[in-house]
Design a protein around this ligand. Sequence first.
Ligand code: PLP
Length: 396
Amino acid sequence: MISEKMKPLVQNNSAIREMFEEGKRLAAIYGRENVYDFSLGNPNVPAPAEVDQAIRAVLDEEESTFVHGYMSNSGYEDVRETIAQSLNRRFGTAFHQGNILMTVGAASGMNVILKTILNPGDQVIAFAPYFLEYGNYVRNYDGELVIVPPDTTDFQPDMEAFEARINEKTKAVIINTPNNPTGVVYSHETLCEIAGILEKKQKELGTAIVLLSDEPYRELAYDGVEVPYVTKYYANTVVCYSYSKSLSLPGERIGYLVIPDELKDSQTVFAAATIANRVLGCVNAPSLMQRVVKRCVDAKTDVAAYDRNRNLLYSSLKEYGFSCIRPQGAFYLFVKSPVEDEKAFCGVCKQHNILVVPGTSFACPGYVRISYCVSYEQIERSLPAFKAVAAYYGLC
Ligand code: PLP
């Protein structure tokens, strides 16, 4: 009964389900506190107090039929204006409500914009390692994902390989900074270089190429590192933002797209994206959450908690002899497998009740992703197990 397009998705899904089942199986045998699940990107830091207060205030102060009603498919005008002004204050931009389209999180935002711009056969470039759903999102609209191989020295984009992959079929380039799974943040210089290459190629090919900046981790950066605002570098940029990580609201499904005036055919793209939001079945982003976001547009999650986790995990794994770059943002550590087959490494980790995700899931074999959006105590408890794995491989 299921479509040909769904069949590979169903097949691939079993790996994630297996990991989930394995976690449950191990917890039943050894107890939950003795299983170290680092597989999910589900924030463990609770939503800031402002969020709960805002939910109550919306219900107490705003009219029920308004709060729970339909609105424009692009979202409430006042919410979009508040977000635009907040971005302008923080990044010196000049957005207005006509640039902000409320979405059902980043996953939906990506689908909305890809549906809006892709024709069958169009290519979308992504830099490995990348969030594997990108391939599924692009294939939803019969596009083709083209992968720039990783530069494993620092996981910054390989500019030569990037430029070589741009051709007349290239419709978009996805960047994700701070990055899942490496924690890398693209600097001012990196963004200048990406923009320069795109400008040059647009001119050469006579096409328009959209730079799609997927930014669910924008607020999660450490050591004062700057996360530059991408629309300031390249006119044909669309930003895909989400509150899933920044306000710890992944189940609430709320985010937005920024479609700047500078984007080619900006108003037409905005109008088309609004329709895409509707016909994809989202209709509009969750109403209550839009009202809430308006009231806590400048609220912040407890980044210091993730920073503490990062420091403990990074310094401990380095001490045990593992090799990895120090993440500047997000809440992931991307660790080199001591053996080529990282799935075998994941298997050994599992024998020590540690669950991590193979790099193959991010188009980067030979590495594993460790999510440190878990309690500090889980990391502390897991350290002897990581040390035992290191000893197994003769690293310490
Ligand atoms: N993009 C990246 C890089 C992610 O890591 C995630 C979620 O983990 C998403 C998009 C989807 O986020 P959302 O919950 O906003 O749909």
